[in-house]
Design a protein around this ligand. Structure first.
Ligand code: COA
Length: 261
């Protein structure tokens, strides 16, 4: 199936590397790739062999250069709504994934590519990467969450500059405005992403999942409700064997051996 060819999946040390694999189209997201991503993340959520996911693009030019413009061309309003919903549904599955997802941005992250990177929990960019929301240059509005997540990450003014000009920014500028967590050399990108994943995997897995949930759901709530939500996650983590192991290991001056329960 094309959806299988358009995604490559590797697994090492419980870290899955998911590569969008349409290099001849600079890894633009067509419908089958969108559905393949949704399927992967749905299946991987309950797969104990996977502790973290790295998302990247094939080749050294592009992470994802956007939604496939061929799929947008000539859409009616209703078809446009369905296409937007299809992308948004997939991206929400990634955003609410219960294990850490790291975007390794190895080149262009434009339009749907930046929207995909923004739902990942952490973002590393190659120094040569370019990030932007160029939809306005095509006369359309970003439809996979760009108008909503970009201002939440970088603030309204900076988001509007990117959204209204459509001009991309460099990885260094993305770092300055908090759009990426770090910038590294292209050749180091995947190894840095793996190192970051391994740092997280050393921690209590239940706490990692509950922190992801606390932030994901809490950010959408008024502060009072969000604090109640946090305390519910905190209370849950108090009852785990992991917290007993973590505190005991600290007192015994040894590394914890977390079991994820
Ligand atoms: N959708 C479909 N195809 C795309 C694409 C996209 N978003 N982005 C790139 N491609 C294709 C090109 O059509 C070209 O295919 P072809 O060789 O069959 O003609 C191939 O990828 C290489 O792209 P090309 O434009 O020749 O490379 P470039 O180095 O000159 O420019 C970009 C690179 C990223 C600046 C340019 O491709 C671009 O602007 N892409 C569109 C970005 C965009 O608007 N994304 C949001 C879409 S909603």
């Amino acid at each position: 199936m094309d959806s299988q060819r358009s995604l490559r999946i590797g697994l090492e040390e419980r870290i899955a590397t998911l590569t969008v694999n349409r290099p001849e189209k600079l890894n633009a997201l067509n419908g089958q790739t969108v559905d393949g991503l949704a399927r992967f993340f749905r299946d991987a959520a309950g797969d104990e062999g996977i502790g973290a996911v790295i998302v990247t693009g094939a080749g050294d030019r592009s992470f994802v250069a956007g939604a496939d413009i061929g799929e947008i061309d000539g859409l009616s309003a209703l078809e446009g709504r369905d296409w937007g919903k299809r992308g948004q549904t997939m991206l929400r599955i990634v955003e609410s994934f219960p294990k850490p997802v790291i975007a390794a941005i190895n080149g262009y992250a434009l339009g749907g590519g930046l929207e995909l990177a923004m739902v990942c929990h952490l973002r590393l960019a190659a120094s040569s990467a370019l990030l932007g929301q160029p939809e306005v240059k095509l006369g359309i509005v970003p439809g996979f969450g760009g108008t909503q997540r970009l201002p939440r990450i970088v603030g309204k003014g900076r988001a509007l500059e990117l959204l209204l000009t459509g001009d991309p920014i460099t990885a260094q500028r993305a770092l300055e405005i908090g759009l990426v967590n770090a910038v590294v050399e292209q050749g180091e990108l995947l190894s840095e992403a793996k190192r970051l994943a391994l740092r997280i995997l050393r921690n209590g897995p239940v706490a990692v999942e509950l922190i992801l949930q606390a932030v994901d759901r809490g950010l959408e709530m008024p502060l009072g409700e969000a604090l109640d939500w946090e305390v519910a996650q905190y209370a849950l983590s108090c009852s785990t064997e992991d917290v007993q192991e973590g505190t005991r290991a600290f007192l015994e001056r040894r590394k914890p051996d977390f079991r994820g329960c």
